[in-house]
Design a protein around this ligand. Sequence first.
Ligand SMILES: [Zn+2]
Length: 215
Amino acid sequence: MNKCIKCKSRKGKRYCSAFSGLICSLCCGKYREKEINCPESCIYLLKHRSYQEKKEWIRNIAKPEIIEKKQGEIYEDKKFMWLTFYIEKMIVDFASNHDITDRKVIKTLEYVLDKLKKEKSLIYMGDKDLKEKDELGEVIYNSIKNIRYPREIIVPESIELYNNEEKIKCIENLIFSAKLYSKGELDGKNYINFARQRVEKIIKESGEKKIIIPR
Ligand SMILES: [Zn+2]
């Protein structure tokens, strides 16, 4: 009988590539990503992760009362609608040329959020905090730096521009939106497809109604 490489008592039924040996399901679950440096390719890790993410989606994301509030904030308020459209269009355009998943989009948005929050705090975080550059994240961050809300009537500049808090609120809600529309399947493209449909719909409507949309 093949004994588990970890507890050496139960039968090892799973091949653990971190140990190059068989492990029992109990030890696999107990030490996964804790004591064991699990490779990203491990099927047990991926299975467990997608199970957890689906659970998290049902428990914390797919709640009608939260959805209504968060979605209303970015998809119904005119000023936020514009910024949301602008960012989602960048994501959709990027996704047309790159094979990315909803997980990558969420990571990118979190990267942008992180940069926006640092801009606000003005605290030097030290070198250890320097993250690896996210290509799409940099594009989004730089594009919204001086973005203006194109209202027809003339308003003071402070109202026209988006301040740091508004950008943070928009990105936070977009992260929620990406999680929501991913349906908890982060390695898929449910959110990306949803965003593409919305972007196309707005572009189509803008042609009919002659409303201004960003580039
Ligand atoms: Zn074991």
